[in-house]
Design a protein around this ligand. Sequence first.
Ligand code: URA
Length: 269
Amino acid sequence: MSVIASETASPRQILEFLLAAGVDLPLGDEPVNRLAPPPVPAAPVREATETKPQIVAAPALAGPEEAAANAREIAKAALDLEALRAALDAFDGCALKKTASRLVFADGNPKARIMIIGEAPGRDEDEIGRPFVGRAGQLLDKMLAAIGLDRTSVYIANTVPWRPPGNRTPTPQEIAVCMPFILRQIELAAPDILVTMGAPSSQTLLNQKDGILRLRGRWLSFTVGGRAIPAIPMLHPAYLLRSPAQKNLAWRDLRALKAKLEALGPRQA
Ligand code: URA
């Protein structure tokens, strides 16, 4: 297997990720243990984000339905990503804006073929104003580098662009109010492939109820502006930091992403 160095992760860091993902021999994707007893069904695993402390959200500034309708109109009127960023920055319909330091709109290359969507900014992202710059972001860089990608070959955003206080999971109401913006952001970026990181982003954007451990690695379809985009849910790098044994699953999904990119050929849109 060839490993391509990137600007954000050194070959040594990539190798460390691959070793943690269980890659030790260039044989095949699926190891075969011929001595293993038949598999016993695993107990369902709850994703760690589900256990985050829930802090009651401050009420939205307008009623949630009114705010979401307002967001839809504003987002639709934005004709490019810069206009969308400015519109979002001026939008007061989500209470998270009041407690966050700044808007975290996007990072990477808006013309990239892959768009990655996380959950919400954390403390580091809130300080710097770019998504995935903390520890989870550093792991994301290593994961991308393991398949020859870096931030010039992906465009990154979140379902919610303001940090929820205490890094709690955004409430369904906060996600609903911000949803028209991320939908418009995907439509304007028009990627060939969408990667949803973690349960909240995968479930809300792809309209799924299953947990992330069932959803991950499954190719689904995301339609926006009349265009269907292949979408793959993956384990969130923050989850992988807490559960490093699951990196082998992340590696499998990264390989699937790379294969899809190659199978699609040159940029679609
Ligand atoms: N986790 C996310 O989902 N998004 C970020 O931007 C950072 C951490």
